[in-house]
Design a protein around this ligand. Structure first.
Ligand code: GDP
Ligand code: MG
Length: 178
């Protein structure tokens, strides 16, 4: 990354409505009563420094995948600029899960020779009665994707902190193995 070794650009991608912006808002700390150290760099870009395993890491989080105003180029841009990706689907929406596979393929095509850290994110895990995609299916899909898997709930803030810590760890694993 052009930012140096402790700053990572993380991009949220996935079907509209799966909860990308909700996850971004939690990252940005809009629900925190205390003054957080998050900086809003633009309406869909957030920066925050986290301590992960005793080492600080700065994440620049991009949530512009659904930005229609900017046109289609924004998606190509997103595919190019990430140091890491969160491919989000909703566990209540099988079509969004199928879309995630498509996005994985697009990403592989866009960044052919790179080993890009990815986490497959099954969001809305609080909606147990509406579940259409099982945990086992999500996990199996991540094996095929060769990436990590986590289920989150932005609504009840379950596993969201773990998600952002997880992506930092994935980037570091690749950095440290070079
Ligand atoms: P985006 O289009 O991917 O950015 O999705 P949004 O963050 O705008 O969320 C779409 C809708 O799903 C909103 O009504 C959110 O309140 C809701 N939503 C997002 N995450 C969750 C979740 O974890 N659980 C539940 N129950 N609803 C969620
Ligand atoms: Mg959104």
């Amino acid at each position: 990354s052009e930012f140096g070794s402790n700053c990572y650009r993380v991009v949220l991608i996935g079907e509209h409505g799966v909860g990308k912006s909700s996850l971004a808002n939690i990252f940005a700390g809009v629900h925190e009563s205390i003054d957080s150290d998050c900086e809003v760099l633009g309406e869909d870009t957030y920066e925050r420094t986290l301590m992960v395993d005793g080492e600080s890491a700065t994440i620049i989080l991009l949530d512009m995948w659904d930005n229609k105003r900017e046109g289609e180029w924004i998606r190509d841009h997103c595919m190019q600029v990430g140091d890491a990706y969160l491919i989000v689907y909703s566990i209540t929406d099988r079509a969004s899960f199928e879309k995630a596979s498509e996005l994985r393929i697009q990403l592989r095509r866009a960044r052919q020779k790179e080993d890009i850290p990815i986490i497959l994110v099954g969001n809305k895990s609080d909606l147990v009665r509406c579940r259409e995609v099982s945990v086992a299916e999500g996990r199996a899909c991540a094996v095929v994707f060769d990436c990590k898997f986590i289920e989150t709930s932005a609504a009840v803030q379950h596993n969201v902190k773990e998600l952002f810590e997880g992506i930092v760890r994935q980037v570091r694993l690749r950095r440290d193995s070079k």
